[in-house]
Ligand binder design. Structure first.
Ligand SMILES: [Zn+2]
Length: 347
């Protein structure tokens, strides 16, 4: 028998508490999404709104900050209880793991991107950190949606998925085994900047004739507006696709076949197993997925075409919110004393 212990027995307690909710702000050319999501993936509140006003100091942040306050109130969350906030922005992935402001460090914004990454004359990361008093991280907006669909949406459990974002341009995010593949420069998956036209105009990326300039949903909306003499929104196109309007269907199929040919090249390089088409376009997403499927059949090696599922995202505007929680988990951003509960499926 060992020596008798005296006093209270020594015992190692682990004190842990569940992590607090996450604020997510996604800002693009055609609108913003602001929401609050619990660490288990339950979306507590979310709102969509039009794009922020452009000023000489970049985007005017006031409306985004008002939405943050309103969404916190709607979710009955006190800012002091937040674990962190995540900002989703167009352009190269600027995830810094907490080093610097995460937006402009390493990727000084220029031209078109400066506007997205400068709010009230500073970075949105700095602005939200001051506003909320919690750690704030940034990530490419499509990457967040890709993570959401890969961990709580239509691509859950697949070893790899290439997610195609369309609402704000043409981009993609690649998730492998539940983690983002950002590439050496944070530009992996930027299919909108594939070279497509030798005589094309200069792009904000510094190249010219990039695919997105003529092949994107915003470009398609412009061409529909020119042809019909009135403005077209994404909602108009989604509704027209739902009632099988022939003009809109033809425009969507032309776009999706061009997109599918570029994705056929990506499939050869990456062999992702699944392509997820942005599900935020309603019935138009399904039409685009059909066109991409056809293009893969025509342009990719048959074995790869057969083995590549073309899926439509199912989380809609919740995709980047759930992606932010997945980012916090995969990059271990929640406090080390906090134990996240299992993810709630977004389905
Ligand atoms: Zn470009």
């Amino acid at each position: 028998m060992g020596p008798q212990q005296r006093g209270r027995p020594s015992r190692r307690w682990s004190i842990s508490s569940p992590p607090g909710p996450v604020v997510v702000v996604v800002g693009g050319a055609h609108g913003i999404t602001v929401g609050v999501v619990a660490a288990d993936g339950t979306v507590l509140s979310v709102v969509e709104d039009g794009p922020l006003e452009v000023t000489p100091d970049g985007f005017a942040a006031g409306r985004a900050m008002s939405h943050v306050d309103q969404m916190l109130a709607a979710a009955s969350v006190d800012p002091t209880d937040l674990s962190l906030a995540v900002v989703g922005l167009p352009g190269p992935s600027s995830f810094s793991g907490g080093v610097g402001d995460g937006v402009n460090a390493g990727h000084p914004p220029s031209g078109h991107l400066r506007r997205f990454r400068t709010w009230d004359g500073t970075s949105p990361v700095n602005l939200l950190r001051e506003h909320l008093g919690c750690p704030v991280y940034s990530e490419n907006d499509v990457n967040l949606a890709a993570l959401g669909e890969a961990t709580a949406g239509v691509a859950t459990g697949l070893p790899a998925a290439l997610h195609v974002g369309l609402a704000h341009g043409t981009g993609a995010g690649l998730v492998i085994e539940g983690k983002l593949h950002r590439g050496h420069s944070g530009l992996a998956g930027e299919i909108g900047h594939l070279h497509s036209d030798d005589g094309g105009r200069l792009c904000h990326c510094g190249s010219h004739g990039c695919f997105w300039q003529t092949r994107s949903i915003p470009a398609l909306l412009e061409s529909l507006a020119d042809a019909h003499g009135r403005s077209f929104s994404i909602t108009d196109v989604a509704e027209a696709a739902a009632r099988e309007d022939s003009d809109v269907e033809r425009a969507l199929l032309g776009f999706s076949e061009a997109l599918g040919r570029r994705l056929a090249d990506a499939v050869v390089f990456i062999d992702p197993g699944a392509i997820v088409i942005d599900g935020s376009l309603g019935a138009a997403s399904a039409t685009i997925a059909d066109g991409v499927r056809d293009a893969l059949r025509h342009c990719a090696p048959p074995g790869l075409a057969r083995n590549t599922q073309v899926l439509v995202g199912e989380l809609g505007i919740r995709a980047p919110l759930l992606g932010a929680v997945a980012l916090a988990r995969s990059e271990i951003l929640f406090s080390s004393t906090a134990v996240p509960a299992p993810l709630v499926s977004g389905r």
